[in-house]
Design a protein around this ligand. Structure first.
Ligand code: NAD
Length: 438
């Protein structure tokens, strides 16, 4: 099948690469010319494990193409996926759909009734129907619009796309089902469920899923505080809860709050859409409030762990991306936490295997290091903010020996009090464990 993918970001590029791996002929379009030029030279603009090999293989096999300008060629594709960003509006009040509608306007003159337009971007309920109306008013031919929200996770996006828990497809006409089942046939044959539903249910499923996962995170972060106050251990509590199959063990890790390009904006959008339709999303609203409070609590934990004058102290942060295995820093907890500490006159150092490219502009006053042991030299405090594998098996004794005062704030509960103390750290603070946080 000949497929177009418009918007080559984290979702568009992975989807396009995987569709070409399925055997489809895929052409990607993006308004960012540099991105397209880079991709034509097999230089991948994002960090996503395994992506480069798939892009290279399929580009060489002439199944994957990258173009800058949308033009009459759009008429040649049987399916057109739109995967542009739908970020939070800068002025507040929900998702900014301007990128999406701009694409719709751009492709509109070239469409014909043998094509299917598929919205993969995360969009508020009602958007697919709105686009359908826009494309089909005063036209003789009919362009069906399909909702196909994406659930991949950055850092494991290829695996998630190739082996999804489910594919959700919202459509209104049987004819479109044939096209979608043809596109996803390789998954279908391997028995991954494709759920066909109406567009509204598909749109809501995406937001409800992300909001539910965010709820689990905020929930365990509040339980962590209770553990700290009472002598419990949140890791033990989460393990005990997670063994119950009705609950499951995923997304029960306490930490510095959720972040990334999806959970914060999607929870916010769900609350906005609830207001619009008179269906208040009170739980999700509280989940968002809790998440903001968690980040503030992290600033306090870090500040208090220094238990002395803040100025002139050197703090080294290990990790700034919102999770490991990505270079994405959008809405990461680090963006709230680190600037507050820089304001308190700390000298800040940062180590992150992939975070510098997008992170540098946010932390202008920080010094970047590539080696954690160098970053620890003469520092007063180390803070683990993102649990990259590189930070999971560090030689703690080597770190502690080099520091001015060996203190470790472990916001991802990677290590234990015994390990840290045994390695020579005089202070170890983690989340939801070790009452008193000596
Ligand atoms: P992104 O910002 O990484 O990429 C969007 C791309 O669209 C950019 O390359 C941009 O240049 C391009 N673009 C914007 N306007 C364009 C236009 N008029 N013509 C051509 N290209 C245009 O975004 P993303 O993270 O890939 O997210 C895309 C959508 O998928 C969003 O709705 C998001 O909520 C959703 N989503 C994201 C993830 C994720 O993990 N990132 C997961 C699931 C769903």
């Amino acid at each position: 099948m000949k497929i177009a993918v418009i918007g080559v970001g984290y979702v568009g590029l992975v989807s396009a690469a995987c569709f070409s791996e399925f055997g489809h002929i895929v052409t990607c379009f993006d308004q960012d010319k540099k991105k397209i030029d880079d991709l034509n030279n097999i230089s991948i603009p994002i960090h996503e494990p395994g992506l480069e090999q798939i892009v290279e293989r399929n580009s060489k096999a002439k199944r994957l193409f990258f173009k800058h300008k949308i033009n009459a060629e759009i008429a040649n594709f049987e399916a057109i996926f739109i995967t542009v960003g739908t970020p939070e509006r800068k002025t507040g009040g929900g998702a900014d759909l301007s990128f999406l509608f701009k694409v719709v306007e751009e492709i509109r003159p070239f469409l014909h009734d043998k094509q299917v337009i598929i919205i993969k971007s995360t969009v508020p309920v009602g958007t697919n129907r709105e686009i359908n109306k826009l494309l089909n008013t005063n036209r003789e031919s009919y362009f069906p619009v399909v909702s196909n929200p994406e659930f991949l996770r950055e850092g494991s996006a290829i695996e998630d796309f190739m082996k999804p828990d489910r594919v959700i497809v919202g459509l209104e006409h049987e004819a479109q089902k044939k096209v979608l089942s043809e596109i996803y046939k390789p998954l279908y044959l391997r028995d991954f469920p494709i759920v066909y539903t109406d567009p509204e249910s598909a749109e809501i499923t995406k937001y409800a899923s992300n909001a539910f996962l965010a709820t689990k995170i905020s929930f365990i972060n509040e339980i962590a505080v209770l553990c700290e106050k009472t002598g419990g251990n949140v890791k033990e509590v989460a393990k005990g809860m997670g063994l119950d199959r009705r609950i499951g063990n995923k997304f029960l890790h306490s930490g510095p709050g959720y972040g990334g390009s999806c959970f914060p904006k999607d929870t916010n959008e769900l609350v906005e859409v609830g207001k619009k339709y008179g269906a208040p999303q009170r739980i999700v609203n509280t989940v968002m409030e809790v998440n903001e409070a968690v980040k503030e609590r992290m600033v306090d934990l870090i500040t208090e762990s220094l238990d002395c004058n803040l100025s002139d102290k050197i703090v080294a942060f290990f990790g700034v991306t919102f999770k490991p295995n990505t270079d994405d820093i959008r809405s990461a907890p680090s963006l709230t936490i680190i600037p507050k500490l820089i304001d308190k006159c700390f000298k800040v150092r940062i180590v992150d295997p992939q975070g510098k490219k997008y992170g540098q502009k946010f932390f202008e006053r920080a010094d970047w290091y590539s080696d954690p042991y160098q970053a620890a030299k003469n520092a007063d405090l180390l803070v683990i903010l993102t649990e990259w594998n590189e930070f999971r098996a560090m030689d703690l004794s080597k770190l502690a020996t080099n520091m001015k005062f060996p203190r470790l704030v472990d916001l991802r509960n990677v290590y234990s009090m015994n390990e840290a103390k045994g390695a020579g750290f005089l202070k170890y603070v983690s989340i939801g464990r070790d009452r008193g946080n000596n």
